[in-house]
Design a binder for this molecule. Structure first.
Ligand code: IDP
Ligand code: MG
Length: 136
């Protein structure tokens, strides 16, 4: 049975700043994802705090929100069979040092915080995150 899902992907400021967005989008397409929505925006710190609210108790929360709002990002809705897990696999581990060969974070990530991409981690969060950026 097919299980086509949508997931939210963000190309983070470190990657947009290095003009890596086309290369990263190419990796999604090569791996069978359809980019069904896409926009380049910059969010403010308040919006970043709202987006990353699940991490509000973490020691890195403030820096993370400052970082995500520090420059333009590309937000996309990706569609594919089992897209949520498939995107997590293509992104690789949170820390690029631990990411496997062939993953986006291995290829482009600079550090645990500047790790080039975000991807939803569950069906529930994918819906919330897609609404956050694309609800009309
Ligand atoms: P994920 O992006 O792989 O889902 P999360 O644990 O959800 O990882 O963390 C969200 C983001 O917070 C990470 O992508 C990374 O940018 C940042 N982050 C996570 N852990 C650390 C840390 O220990 N130090 C600094 N930043 C971190
Ligand atoms: Mg996460």
């Amino acid at each position: 049975m097919s299980n086509v899902e949508n997931t939210l992907s963000i190309i983070k400021p470190d990657a947009v700043e290095r003009n890596l967005d086309s290369q990263i989008k190419e990796m999604f397409i090569k791996n069978g994802f359809d980019i069904i929505k896409e926009k380049k925006i910059q969010i403010d710190k308040i919006e970043a705090e709202k987006f990353y609210k699940v991490h509000e108790t973490k020691p890195f929360y403030n820096d993370l929100c400052t970082y995500l709002s520090s420059g333009p990002i590309v937000v996309m809705v990706l569609e594919k069979e089992n897209a949520i897990l498939a995107n997590r696999e293509l992104m690789g581990s949170t820390n690029p040092k631990d990411a496997k060969e062939g993953t986006i974070r291995k290829k482009f990530g600079l550090s645990i915080d500047k790790n080039s991409v975000h991807g939803s981690d569950s069906l529930e969060n994918a819906k919330i995150e897609i609404d956050f950026f694309f609800k009309s």
